[in-house]
Design a binder for this molecule. Structure first.
Ligand code: BGC
Length: 361
């Protein structure tokens, strides 16, 4: 049986708050559903999301966004058009064109096609140390999916993903490109995104309110990525065997404070400052990322954590220096007009909502 989520939320007595929440989602989040439709076949599906929301306050509903990102697929509960950047025509750093996938062909339940790479188009098959073997081409050691395989975490935040003849299948549906593109791992590739924020303060020391929304303006530390030139959260990949909490600190240190270029006392001071700030973080998102590098068989996932310096006494004094994969670093004003890499602006929106900061005009 197929129903609209909105009706169920209505029945659960969550309107008008949910109405506002869904409208926010429709206009800004990377998964842009026209209608939320789900089949209530599975007990852990959206039915669970609805009842879980029923006891929640408005803010908490905002944070349960991950439930709406339940994957598409045969075992899926929510059917949404899904990823957009992961379907963009030309694959990053290549001339390879994806097979066009319209919204109504994203789901694996429907017939559709993806481009198969030729030998000359194959990206990443040379196998840098951090990359998996090319399991489509070689009969190498088999990889264990949906579990921790040696020191590589192949568990998806989205739940169990399907493997067809030993090859994982993107839980958000078709991307128009087979194999693993430039990503290192087949299946989920895990990243960590630290969102460091403070309030915008006037010369007289007051919070600056936005002239239209009348809400205080938040600032966050952003970096310009070397690979795409886009502004982004200073995140990065979780290394094999590394904890996400370590990756959050390490990536922030490397990209926003250039810790890789520091030694001795200077390095120690930076590490201490970061460790201090990163003691109290609030997770705002964990799940699939609509990344342009995603393919049918390899995709990005992340955990985004907010570290907020409410009184401006710690982070605001950080010396920012771009390093590693970052070409530049700066404090960026938060608002719905920001254009960021992959799904990063949707994570920033969650932070703005959490801190009741300005977002929409
Ligand atoms: C970036 C993360 C991002 C992830 C998914 C990584 O390369 O460093 O910030 O969230 O890709 O797009």
């Amino acid at each position: 049986m197929v129903k609209t989520v909105k009706n169920d939320l209505l029945e659960a007595g969550l309107i008008p708050n949910v109405e506002k929440y869904l409208n926010g989602l429709l206009s800004s989040v990377w998964i842009v559903p026209q209608t939320f439709i789900y089949s209530d076949a599975s007990p852990s599906g959206c039915g669970a999301w609805v009842s879980e929301c029923a006891g929640m306050k408005w803010d908490e509903i905002g944070l349960s966004l991950k439930w709406l990102k339940t994957p598409l697929g045969e075992n899926s509960n929510i059917m949404i058009p899904g990823h957009i950047k992961a379907r963009q025509a030309v694959y990053p750093k290549s001339k390879v064109e994806r097979f066009p996938v319209p919204d109504n062909k994203v789901s694996w339940m429907l017939n559709g096609r993806s481009t198969a790479l030729s030998d000359t188009q194959r990206i990443n098959s040379a196998g840098p140390v951090w990359a998996d073997p090319d399991i489509m081409q070689e009969a190498g050691p088999s990889l264990k999916f949906n579990c921790v395989d040696g020191n590589v975490n192949r568990i998806s935040y989205t739940g169990h993903y399907e493997c067809i003849e030993g090859i994982p299948r993107n839980p958000c549906g078709r991307t128009g490109l087979m194999e693993r593109g430039t990503l290192g791992k087949w299946g989920p590739n895990h990243a960590a995104d630290p969102i460091v924020t403070r309030w915008k303060i006037s010369q007289s020391g007051e919070k600056v309110l936005h002239s239209c929304s009348d809400k205080p303006i938040l600032k966050f530390i952003s970096i310009r990525r070397v690979d795409s030139g886009e502004w982004a959260i200073p995140g990065g990949m979780v290394d094999a065997g590394e904890k996400v909490s370590q990756a959050l600190k390490r990536e922030f240190g490397e990209e926003a404070m250039n810790s890789l270029a520091l030694e001795g006392e200077k390095l120690k001071a930076v590490e201490e400052a970061v460790a201090d700030l990163f003691e109290h973080g609030v997770e705002v998102y964990r799940g699939y990322v609509d990344d342009p590098r995603n393919t049918d068989n390899a995709w990005m996932e992340t955990m985004a954590v907010n570290y907020h310096d409410d009184d401006g006494n710690s982070v605001a004094k950080f010396p920012l220096h771009a390093g590693d994969d970052a070409a530049a670093v700066q404090w960026h004003d938060v608002g719905s007009d920001i254009k960021l890499y992959a799904s990063h602006s949707s994570f920033i929106q969650l932070v703005a909502e959490r801190l009741r900061a300005h977002w929409h005009l």
